[in-house]
Each structure stands twice: as structure tokens, then as C-alpha cells.
Design a binder for this molecule. Structure first.
Ligand code: VTB
Ligand code: MG
Ligand code: MG
Length: 327
């Protein structure tokens, strides 16, 4: 894929972030989500790619835009065909309440290289580059924390685990505490949580727990670009979710299987971009500067070269070509 796609992708997440940031604290999850989807889609339309959404807002009957299977981009045939994974607003609760770590994210890889994950839960474990190869999702929590501590040359008491604050994690949290590690609970947004493990300055060393499977695939692209590591196991929680897995042709064995980073995203030729919507561990959120200007903070990464770019941009909202929602 053309390396200039990096900057094109940042425009996609910037637009989604700018559109949804206007909704911060309004308690309107749906409005913010719709604005992010509209913004993202309008920018995608001008991208010279031939892309198919494989991780999106849902099936066509439940999502009119950025639905799974939707073809996006204005590529005219010479471009490589790509699979696209989007979450225009990852953390609808976060923006609705003005809480940290809401982001707009997109990931792409050559056609066929992203796991077509069903809309179920996934158990995940993610670490940054220094701890690559040290974790095993099937191993006891304590063993993983010891391995990460060793890889990072830290005492286990200095290892910070980020985990979603949910009753389903009660046992895991107990085990982390017993092992002596530090815990950072988050209310929503496990893509941002896992992304933080790839950057030492965030102070986050490992993400574990159960979250969305679509988010898991997006996270895998980020960690692949970063040189970090991740494993996942699909974790359907209801009969309906089991049925969804079967519909996608996944057997019981497929569902129980440990998915390696390479199985989640099977090519190094991938890109990941994220723009902060509310301030977070890694990215600042959208800042309104007055005078019709807004500032965004993004990260964009390319798997093939491992280049990580932080992009800060100032946008003139009155001159924007794309939809930036006006409330
Ligand atoms: C997960 C997580 C997401 O929502 O999907 C979570 O991956 C849903 O979990 O990052 P619950 O059903 O327990 O709320 C997010 O936190 C936000 O989309
Ligand atoms: Mg979303
Ligand atoms: Mg999400």
C-alpha cells in the first residue's frame, strides 16, 4: 500500500473526531456516534482506495453507513484492494459524559488480512514491544504479570495493568491484586487502553480482560504497527452471540482457539490511525481554540516500516469541506 495513505487516514479520523467532539457532555451517545460516522464516511469518499468495510457499524439492516460489506473510497482500479476496520467513535459513553479516552479509529490492511470478527466479546491480552512474546492468554494472571515484570525489568509492584471496570473482571482483578501489581480501571474504550501499552510514557504496561471482538481486531493492527503483542479468544456471552459466530462459519473449536497477533491481522502492510476526541492517556482530545478553529491530536502508524507519527492539526471549521456537525 502507498505510504502516503498514512496522512490520508489521519484526515479520516480527524473528521470523525471533530464531528463528535461537539457533543461532549451532552449525554447524547447516539447523536455523537452518528456525527462521527457521517464525518468519517464523508472523508473516506475522497480517498483513492478500493476498500471494503469488514469491521464496521454492523450489518446493513442495522447500520445505514459504514456497514460491514460497504465499499468505500474513490479508487479507480489500480489501487490495492483493502479491508477496513472502523470505530468512528470508540467510547460513546465517554463522549456523552466528557470522560477521558474517547477516540476515532481506523485500521486498514490488504484484502483478506483482517480477521472478520463477529460482533461478540473477546478476551484479550496486550503488551508493548518490550514484552513481546512474554504473555500467554491461557496462563494464570500471576504468571503473565511476572513475565511482563521480567521483560520490562520492573518489580511486579511497579507493573501497571489496565482493565475495564466490569463485574465480569472481578476474579481477574482479584488475581492481579494478589499478585501485587498496580491497576488502572477504565470505564470504556479498550482500544485506547491497549494502545497505551505501546508507549512507555503512559505508564501502562499490560491490558487484559474481555471487551468487544471488533475492537480487538482494530487493536491488533495498532500493536502490529507498534511491534507490541496481543492474543485474543472469542468470548460469546449469550446464545445469540454463539449463533452470530456460527453464522460467520466459526465452529466451536474456532471460538475457543487462541488467536495470535498474526491471525488477527495477517500482514505487516497495515496502517492504523486514531484521533483523540476527549483527552486521554496517549492523545489529547479536540481543543476549541476560538475563532472557528479547533485543534486535533492524532497518531498514525505504518506496519511495514513501523513508523509512528503524531500529528497535531489546527482546523478552520468555517472552511471545512467535510461534514463537521453544527449542533
Ligand atoms: C467493549 C469495549 C469497548 O465497550 O466493547 C465495551 O471493547 C462493551 O462492554 O471499548 P460492555 O458491554 O460491558 O459495556 C467499549 O468500552 C466502548 O465501545
Ligand atoms: Mg463505535
Ligand atoms: Mg467501540
Amino acid at each position: 500500500m502507498d505510504r502516503s495513505l498514512s496522512l490520508e487516514l489521519v484526515r479520516v479520523t480527524e473528521t470523525a473526531a471533530l464531528a463528535s467532539a461537539a457533543y461532549m457532555g451532552r449525554g447524547d451517545k447516539e447523536g455523537a456516534d452518528q456525527a462521527a460516522v457521517d464525518g468519517m464516511r464523508s472523508t473516506f469518499a475522497s480517498l483513492s482506495i478500493k476498500g471494503t468495510v469488514v469491521i464496521g457499524e454492523g450489518e446493513l439492516d442495522e447500520a445505514p453507513m459504514l456497514y460491514i460489506g460497504e465499499e468505500v473510497g474513490c479508487g479507480e482500479g489500480e489501487e490495492v484492494e483493502v479491508d477496513i476496520a472502523v470505530d468512528p467513535l470508540e467510547g460513546t459513553n465517554l463522549i456523552a459524559k466528557g470522560l477521558p479516552n474517547a477516540i476515532a479509529v481506523v485500521a486498514i490492511a490488504p484484502k483478506g488480512c483482517l480477521l472478520h470478527a463477529p460482533d461478540t466479546y473477546m478476551q484479550k491480552i496486550a503488551v508493548g514491544p518490550k514484552a513481546k512474546g512474554a504473555v500467554d492468554i491461557k496462563a494464570p494472571v500471576k504468571q503473565n504479570l511476572e513475565a511482563v515484570a521480567k521483560a520490562l525489568d520492573k518489580n511486579i509492584e511497579d507493573v501497571t495493568v489496565i482493565i475495564q471496570d466490569r463485574p465480569r473482571h472481578e476474579e481477574m482483578i482479584k488475581e492481579i491484586r494478589e499478585a501485587g501489581a498496580r491497576i488502572k480501571l477504565f470505564s470504556d474504550g479498550d482500544v485506547a487502553a491497549a494502545l497505551a501499552t505501546g508507549f512507555e510514557e503512559t505508564g501502562v504496561d499490560i491490558m487484559m480482560g474481555i471487551g468487544g471482538a471488533p475492537e480487538g481486531v482494530i487493536t491488533a493492527v495498532a500493536l502490529k504497527c507498534l511491534g507490541g503483542d496481543m492474543q485474543g479468544i472469542l468470548h460469546p456471552m449469550s446464545g445469540e452471540e454463539v449463533a452470530r459466530c456460527r453464522e460467520m462459519g466459526l465452529s466451536e473449536a474456532d471460538v475457543k482457539k487462541v488467536l495470535s497477533l498474526d491471525e488477527l491481522v495477517s500482514s505487516d502492510d497495515c496502517f492504523f490511525a486514531a484521533t483523540g476526541i476527549t483527552h486521554g492517556d496517549l492523545l489529547k482530545g479536540v481543543v476549541y481554540l476560538g475563532n472557528n478553529r479547533a485543534q486535533t491530536h492524532s497518531v498514525v502508524m505504518r506496519g511495514e516500516t513501523g513508523t509512528i507519527r503524531f500529528v497535531e492539526a489546527i482546523h478552520r471549521l468555517d472552511k471545512s469541506e467535510t461534514i463537521v456537525d453544527v449542533l
